[in-house]
Ligand binder design. Structure first.
Ligand code: HEM
Length: 436
């Protein structure tokens, strides 16, 4: 049985709305057609959209060998961000994943706690010296500086850090246009924008390469830094015993940046905003003795506002997922935001209720009804890193500062770029709390 198909005329009529406001458009289609529906997006390409946790489990885990990421997530993003884990596929991906995975083990990451904590302490202090700050700018800089420090504990340099951050922001903002509106690809090229962004991508590679070279020249008498770069440099392929080539190393580092800071920054910004909007939960977090409550708050925030709000896969061969026929070549649009907001899995899905993330409550739900970090073998490699970073940052903010909105707290709508932003600025003030 095929999922119901949305008539092409309906799609064409709503194309602009779909490009501008994909979340409400998909949500409305879901209401009208059900948790699975087929959609023509441009030309002959058919996408099977789903908010069905069982279909997601089938595609990401049960029969993952039949599915690969689309060329949007591999070739198109890879042109600018390089071919690291996130944009790689097939055997190459598996070889890289095996190599890198041990470095992201929870125990290995514990060694980075002190580094993370010192960036957090420093940047909160600086923020508290300002009369007010833009929340997302603050979390973005924090998350960027944390990943820089985790990769290069011996320093990347203030000016070069800012330059790399600015380039990656520009690349992420640009990439979305040719993806959303493929008809823009040629005009963007004619306008010279493609060339400009490819030049920025080259510059970012050179910046990273310089720091790799510097590390390699380090005197062997000094103790090796215990950071992610060193882990990548020291790792060896199982089959050949060889280390990664520099080109691949640069790709992997750039992908850790690209995948790691905007996602975390968005999750942190939404979480702080939710706490400002929900004083009872905020107070409970501040006074709570339960260590797990902080995790529940972060998890519930990422349910409502999953930074990675959608992902895709293409079927390599014909298949059936939860009773639905999937033809070879069909793209699966796994609408993570839609799954997280589905009344099928969550009562009053729009309500912020950290208690639903209590381990006992989670046990009762479909394991693929909550996918902020994806699922199956391509599960986010930075999951523990991100959770550690967010826990440290929020704990520090809540324990040491009173965070308050400047003026009336705005109610931002989620704005889907590559990750899920807030559609308007939220200004806050950090006031140091006096102990006792
Ligand atoms: C709240 C923060 C984060 C969220 C919500 C998030 C979300 C995700 C999701 C959903 C995927 C899977 C995409 C798919 O299967 O199509 C993914 C993959 C990935 N993430 Fe994250 N991520 C976060 C933080 C990080 C951090 C901090 C790092 C690195 C330090 C990172 C590195 C990666 C990489 C390398 C992949 C590709 C893994 C692979 O395909 O083998 N992420 N992330």
């Amino acid at each position: 049985m095929y999922a119901p198909r949305i008539p092409r005329t309906t799609v064409v009529r709503k194309l602009l709305r779909l490009a501008r406001h994909p979340i409400p458009t998909f949500t409305q289609y879901g209401r009208e057609y059900g948790a699975n529906f087929l959609l023509h997006v441009g030309g002959e390409r058919i996408t099977h959209f789903t908010t069905d946790a069982e279909v997601a489990r089938h595609v990401l885990q049960r029969n993952h060998r039949n599915y690969e990421k689309s060329e949007i997530q591999t070739d198109q993003m890879g042109r600018y961000l390089g071919f690291g884990l996130l944009t790689n596929s097939g055997n190459d991906w598996l070889r890289q994943r095996r190599l890198i995975q041990p470095g992201f083990h929870r125990k290995r990451l514990a060694a980075l706690t002190t580094e993370m904590q010192s960036v957090i302490t420093e940047e909160c202090q600086q923020a508290a010296e300002q009369p007010s700050i833009d929340l997302f700018r603050f979390t973005r800089q924090l998350a960027f500086d944390i990943i820089v420090r985790a990769l290069f504990t011996d320093g990347f340099g203030e000016r070069e850090t800012r330059r790399l951050h600015s380039i990656l922001d520009k690349l992420q903002a640009y990439i979305i246009y040719p993806i959303r509106l493929p008809m823009l690809r040629r005009p963007l090229r004619w306008a010279g924008l493609e060339r400009k962004h490819l030049a920025l991508a080259r510059e970012s590679r050179q910046l990273v390469q310089r720091h790799i070279d510097r590390r390699k020249l380090r005197s062997t008498c000094d103790p090796a830094p215990n950071d992610l770069l060193q882990m990548l440099l020291d790792s060896r392929y199982e089959d050949t015993g060889e280390p990664m080539e520099d080109r691949q190393l640069v790709d992997e580092i750039l992908i850790l940046f690209a995948a790691g800071y905007e996602t975390t920054a968005n999750a942190l910004a939404w979480t702080v905003w939710l706490l400002l909007r929900h004083p009872t939960e905020h107070e409970r977090l501040r006074t709570s003795e339960e260590p797990g409550y902080l995790t529940q708050v972060i998890e519930e925030s990422m349910r409502l506002y999953p930074p990675a709000w959608i992902t895709d896969r293409v079927a390599l061969g014909p298949d059936t997922a939860n009773g639905f026929t999937i033809d070879k070549g069909v793209t699966l649009g796994l609408f993570i935001y839609g799954i997280h907001h589905s009344p099928q899995y969550y009562d009053e899905p729009e309500a912020f209720r950290p208690d639903r993330m209590h381990p006992d409550a989670k046990q009762q739900r479909h394991p693929f009804s909550y996918l902020p970090f994806g699922g199956g073998p391509r599960l986010c490699i930075g999951q523990h890193f991100a959770m550690l970073e967010m826990q440290l940052a929020l704990r520090h903010l809540v324990d040491h500062y009173t965070v308050e909105a400047v003026g009336e707290l705005p109610v931002p709508e989620p704005k889907p770029y590559v990750t899920l932003h807030q559609d308007r600025p939220v200004r806050v003030r950090l006031r140091p709390r006096t102990p006792g």
